[in-house]
Write a protein that binds this ligand. Structure first.
Ligand code: UDP
Ligand code: MG
Length: 327
């Protein structure tokens, strides 16, 4: 491969303690992509087994392999994020290092991406080979919930193998466990997303790095992205709205306390509604103040990075400006 030419295709593989599968997987990729111009980026996410040595050997013996070594384990999202940043291909395909994704699907995904002219093709492990109680079932629920909340319905958000147009990854910043939400974030940014059934194979070596706890993280991330997407430029609407809601509750219960005193001579300080009214009043004030603080933070966020609050596809300038710039 000529190193100066940007490759058509970048494969990105996060690795955390996968010594048993790396060599075989690398061999499979090389075989499947024999006639393609591509590069592979392995990210060693702080492995403590012999993965690092194996990857160093693979990198030494190939001309198209990049190796990024993390100082410690930062997680799959961080590893993918680093891989996306350094990948130079026009199309980027991430893949699990454990061999559960089938490299034979890479070119199929790329073909679909090109044929359909979309920005992302997401893999769908229709026949998933994982424990059904701890993995497949929670994943079905999570996919349903993510589809409902984001409005972008995909069968399998958690599937790592996807084909991305490189530009669609540039604008997206990843935190937490958020790599799975890229298709939703991209669709919100006006990109086209489609889906393709991919092969899924059982894990033959090593252990899965995740358990049931991931479902909770996914739900928390989901709340975050929904909040950021809907209100990141106007947080006072959320917090202020909740504040107003509390004020109304406080007013009503305060009124009831007074009416009970006047009409039934019910002692005000023995009435639990008085406490509810006070709590709601304090919470309401807190919400409004939190909203105002969030407004200040949002302004700092957007202005310090010169981030606009909109996304432009294209600007068509008037003829006069075009001729001026052409001169
Ligand atoms: N992985 C990683 N860092 C982590 C956890 C996982 O780079 O902290 C990698 C792991 O090596 C594998 C991929 O992410 O290549 C998916 O992990 P795993 O197979 O454990 O997830 P599952 O397929 O069980 O969802
Ligand atoms: Mg796996």
């Amino acid at each position: 491969m000529n190193e100066n030419i940007e490759p058509e295709l970048s494969i990105v593989i996060p690795v955390f303690n996968e010594e048993g599968s790396l060599e075989r997987l690398h061999g499979e990729i090389v075989q499947c992509l024999a006639n393609t111009q591509y590069e592979i980026t392995y990210i060693d996410d702080g492995s403590t087994d012999s993965s690092r040595t194996i990857l160093t050997n693979i990198q030494k013996n190939a001309r198209n392999v990049r190796l990024i070594q993390f100082r410690r384990n930062f997680g799959q999202t961080a590893a993918l994020s680093a891989g996306f940043r350094y990948a130079r291909g026009k199309i980027v395909v991430p893949l699990d290092a454990d061999g559960q994704n089938d490299p034979a699907d890479i070119l199929k995904l790329v073909k679909k991406l090109k044929d359909e002219g979309v920005d992302i093709v997401s893999g769908w492990r229709k026949d998933r080979k994982d424990n059904s109680f701890t993995r497949t079932f929670p994943s079905k629920m999570a996919n349903w919930l993510i589809g409902k909340i984001t409005g972008v319905r995909l069968h399998d958000y958690g599937c790592t193998i996807k084909a991305y147009r490189a530009e669609s990854l540039k604008a997206i910043r990843l935190y937490g466990e958020m790599h799975r939400f890229i298709p939703a974030l991209a669709r919100w940014g006006g990109e086209k997303v489609s889906e393709m059934v991919v092969n899924h194979r059982p894990r033959t070596t090593g252990r899965t790095k995740y358990g049931l706890s991931r479902t909770f993280k996914v739900i928390l991330d989901l709340i975050t992205i929904k909040f950021l997407a809907s209100f990141s430029t106007k947080p006072i609407y959320v917090f202020g709205g909740l504040g107003v809601f509390c004020f109304i509750g406080s007013f009503i219960s305060g009124l009831v306390v007074i009416l009970m005193k006047l009409l039934q001579d019910f002692s005000m300080n023995r009435n639990p509604l008085l406490i509810i009214s006070l709590i709601l009043m304090t919470t309401g004030v807190q919400f409004v103040l939190m909203g105002l603080l969030a407004e200040i933070m949002v302004r700092t966020y957007h202005e310090s990075q010169d981030r606009p609050i909109y996304l432009i596809d294209k600007i068509v300038e008037p003829e006069s400006v075009k001729t001026e710039t052409a001169c």
